[in-house]
Design a protein around this ligand. Structure first.
Ligand SMILES: [Fe+2]
Length: 322
């Protein structure tokens, strides 16, 4: 169960989107777009506020990942923040090659829910017919030169830069960059990174640099990867589901179950009608089955714990010191 630490919503006074125009309303969700925003000026994203948030963040809602550097061999290890304070965790990230994702921040602290509510209120008023009742935010604190490898997400996604700079590569949301089969496997195993990447894909990517006060939105399921520039980064990742996205996610999950559990070769992908309704029921009944939970857990073992730096004497240690 999530914990609420602060129940007094803070209403941001200024609009979140600061350079929205008529073409933006037509491009949102259809094409990668970079927009200006005001969230980087919120005190809720100051280092002190983030350190305080990390201090009591529930274990079930965060992921700490060690990655390889930009030129290094691929590395992806999940870890635990141990008993470090929030400020120490941020310092460990500043010195290391990691990222911390404070997932579901809107459930943990109502002040961040108020920010998401404002974002989606503005989107609803600017994009005709836009309604995304399901949305979630994750605060991503990441090291200089850390990276997020090539992957695709099932919900709608946007990325808000708050501190530092990063480069985002966005690829077309179609074969050969991502296939329906791969989306279905992401739904089942909860492993977005299982989408294969080849360096020549970059020739077909849109490459966008982000600085504080800029955000990116891209089309549903478009694969992307992120490289931090040489500075500590803080970003907000926001995922959301409209009715059509929710239906597509149900079909992905049901088709994955039909393939992996019942041997179907190529289940159809209709988003309405009797087959869709049957799949909706199927994925609802089976999505928490023991074999699915086990398959997911097997793919995400925790393999390191942050430890407080001991000034002297220096000792050999396989843990990552703050
Ligand atoms: Fe992503």
């Amino acid at each position: 169960m999530s914990t609420t630490f602060n129940s007094s919503p803070v209403q941001a006074a200024a609009p979140v989107f600061t350079d929205w125009n008529d073409t933006t309303s037509r491009l949102w969700g259809e094409h990668p777009i970079r927009l200006a925003h005001s969230l980087d000026r919120s005190p809720l994203f100051s280092m002190d506020a983030l350190a305080e948030l990390i201090d009591t963040y529930p274990r079930s809602h965060y992921a700490l990942i060690e990655t390889g550097g930009l030129k290094d061999k691929r590395l992806w290890r999940e870890g635990d923040k141990g008993d470090l304070t929030g400020a120490e965790v941020i310092e460990a990230i500043r010195e290391g090659r990691m990222w911390l994702n404070l997932r579901n921040v809107e459930k943990v602290d109502q002040r961040y829910k108020a920010i998401l509510d404002q974002v989606f209120g503005e989107l609803g008023s600017r994009i005709p017919g836009f309604d995304a009742p399901l949305r979630s935010g994750g605060i991503l604190i990441s090291s200089p030169s850390a990276q997020v490898y090539y992957h695709a997400d099932l919900p709608g996604q946007c990325l808000w830069q708050l501190v530092g700079r990063k480069r985002v590569y966005v690829y077309p949301n179609k074969v050969p960059f991502v296939s329906e089969r791969q989306l279905e496997d992401i739904a089942l195993f909860d492993m977005e990174l299982d989408v294969p990447y080849e360096p020549w894909y970059d020739e077909h990517a849109m490459v966008l640099d982000l600085k504080p006060g800029e955000m990116l939105s891209w089309p549903l399921n478009a694969p992307h990867r992120v490289e931090n520039l040489d500075c500590l980064n803080v970003s907000l990742t926001v995922s959301y589901s409209t009715e059509m996205i929710r239906r597509a996610m149900s079909v992905n999950m049901a088709n994955a179950i039909l393939r992996h559990r019942f041997g179907f070769k190529a289940p159809e992908r209709a988003l309405s009608g009797p087959t869709f309704m049957a799949k909706k029921v199927l994925q609802r009944v089976m999505r928490n089955a023991g074999w699915i939970k086990k398959a997911r857990a097997d793919k995400r073992p925790i393999t390191f714990t942050l430890e407080r730096k001991v000034e002297a004497p220096a000792t050999e240690n396989t843990s990552i010191a703050a």
